[in-house]
Design a protein around this ligand. Structure first.
Ligand code: SF4
Length: 51
């Protein structure tokens, strides 16, 4: 697992990263988004979206 939803994204439910994820491994939690570590293929598509 290379990419995780980190502190800067807590409280941010922009969902921009969800839309670009090719394997739909980003899930919405109560206060932030979570990337499923087993489903993430480390493509990096979500990284520039989380800004
Ligand atoms: Fe999804 Fe790719 Fe981001 Fe992993 S790195 S969460 S597969 S967009």
């Amino acid at each position: 697992m290379t990419y995780i939803i980190a502190e800067p994204c807590i409280g941010v439910l922009d969902r921009g990263c969800v839309d670009v994820c090719p394997v739909d491994c980003i899930y919405e939690g109560p206060d932030q988004l979570y990337i499923h570590p087993d489903e993430c293929v480390d493509c990096g598509a979500c990284e520039p979206e989380c800004r």
